[in-house]
Design a protein around this ligand. Structure first.
Ligand code: ZN
Length: 443
């Protein structure tokens, strides 16, 4: 029930970040309160900190919601995901280029049917909320209506979502191909229609260099120049087979980053999924342009694509966020994705602390998307999108957490053992958007 007072205070364990904690540094970057409080007014953060210091300042009629034993954390930011691929998650036996042919393209061809797209959008957004994710950068299909139904469904839930219509004009089935100018005009119309609509955003979306001709990338770059405020999303350097194809298709480009950069697609608010097989020159070029990598560990392990180099990206100064990359990714859940990110780091002889992992899934993701002025942490005035995570959602997690002596240990156990059952509730602009209790009452 909503209180009469516009102020609601959530009291429990509280975590957010004010900057990148790096490895092993839990100093000023990490704001952790064992008995913390998040104060929300009119959908925005009013204050966050120690409950003991905030309680005396609360107006008398404020509603205090008890989240004792649970973790209050900014809503997860998923920097790379495909909503039309929801139904091909967990499909057997393929690597990237074959995966696209066998699973992705047939699934996306089904989106000719707008009703199918609509049903998928609704399920997908509910699934994100069930997993504590409140913002995502989302691929639709080539069909303009796939963006319309998605953003309309997102706006009904008041979510901060960004989506774009896929651009492809070669090396894909006829039904999913269009002439470059047709893709340009359809994208321009969608930008016109959706930019500035509530919390929604548009992303110019060439699938990847293999499926776009030079003419199409040229027009995508033109769109980017004409609409500097919109996002750009694509894939880059995911598999070695893909790299070989790109070398064949763009013989005059020095490397993969150069392909996109030449057409003006490398800039702030451009986000490239994977970025595994890059050299140090390419990483520096991305960092210099302000472009971001969306790291997708469950997908990279599932398709056998390779291992992202967290340390090299950090050294180059690249912006980095985490993506689930459903349907090649194997979970909608950010904790499941972070646990695989930890293992990827291990396989490259590196470490990924619980602090840095959770930073990447929240403020890091918001920075990758250029949205850190409105989401990503609990600074006063930011939009109050947050999740409440239980640390006792399974007997094993509860038992492991009881044996932990420090917050970092507890949060690491949560990352390794937590899942969708850990999400007690998800809030969007201070309003409950998902609650596991509500769900069980409905049954
Ligand atoms: Zn992808």
């Amino acid at each position: 029930m909503r209180s009469q007072s516009p102020i609601a205070a959530y009291r429990g364990m509280l975590l957010h970040f004010v900057s990148d904690p790096g490895e092993g540094d839990n100093g000023r970057a990490v704001q952790f309160f064992d008995d913390g409080m998040l104060v929300v007014e009119h959908g925005r953060v009013k204050a966050a900190g120690n409950a003991a210091s905030l309680l005396p300042g609360l107006p008398k009629q404020s509603q205090v919601i008890d989240c004792a034993g649970s973790l209050i954390i900014p809503g997860f930011v998923d920097t790379h995901i495909h909503y039309p691929q929801t139904d091909v998650i967990a499909s057997y036996g393929s690597q990237l280029l074959d995966w696209l042919e066998r699973y992705t393209y047939p699934a996306e061809a089904g989106f000719t049917n707008a009703q199918q797209a609509q049903q998928m959008a609704e399920f997908f957004l509910d699934e994100l909320l069930r997993n504590g994710t409140t913002t995502a950068l989302v691929f639709a299909t080539v069909h303009a209506h796939s963006v319309d139904v998605f953003l309309h469904s997102a706006s009904k839930r008041n979510l901060r979502m960004i989506a774009g219509k896929v651009l492809m004009d070669r090396n894909c089935p006829e039904a999913l191909r269009e002439a470059p100018m047709q893709g340009y005009l359809a994208s321009a119309a969608l930008i016109e229609k959706w930019t500035g609509q509530g919390r929604l955003g548009y992303a110019i979306t060439p699938r990847f260099a293999v499926t776009s001709s030079e003419a199409q990338l040229q027009l995508a770059g033109q769109l980017a120049r004409e609409h500097p405020q919109v996002h750009i999303q694509s894939h880059m350097a995911e598999s070695k087979e893909e790299l070989a194809r790109v070398r064949e298709l763009f013989p005059s480009s020095r490397n993969y980053v150069d392909v996109y950069d030449r057409f003006g697609l490398l800039r702030e608010r451009s986000v490239f999924a994977h970025c595994i097989h890059l050299d140090s020159d390419e990483r520096r070029r991305m960092a210099h342009a302000g472009a971001a990598a969306a790291v997708c560990p469950t997908s990279n392990l599932f398709l056998g694509s390779g291992l992202f180099d967290f340390a090299a990206a950090r050294e180059a100064g690249m912006r980095v966020g985490i993506g689930t990359d459903v349907g090649a990714g194997t979970s909608f859940h950010m904790l499941r994705t972070l646990s695989e990110a930890y293992k990827v780091a291990q396989l490259t002889g590196q470490r990924l602390s619980a602090w840095r992992a959770l930073y990447l899934a929240t403020l890091g993701g918001a920075r990758a998307l250029g949205l850190d002025d409105c989401i990503g942490n609990f600074e006063p005035g930011k939009e109050a999108d947050f999740a409440v995570l239980r640390l006792d959602s399974t007997p094993l997690l509860a038992r492991r957490v009881r044996a932990c002596s420090s917050p970092a240990e507890k949060l690491f156990a949560l990352i390794m053992l937590g899942d969708d059952r850990s999400v007690a509730a998800t809030y969007v602009m201070g309003q409950p958007a998902y609650s596991c209790k509500l769900l069980s009452q409905r049954k």
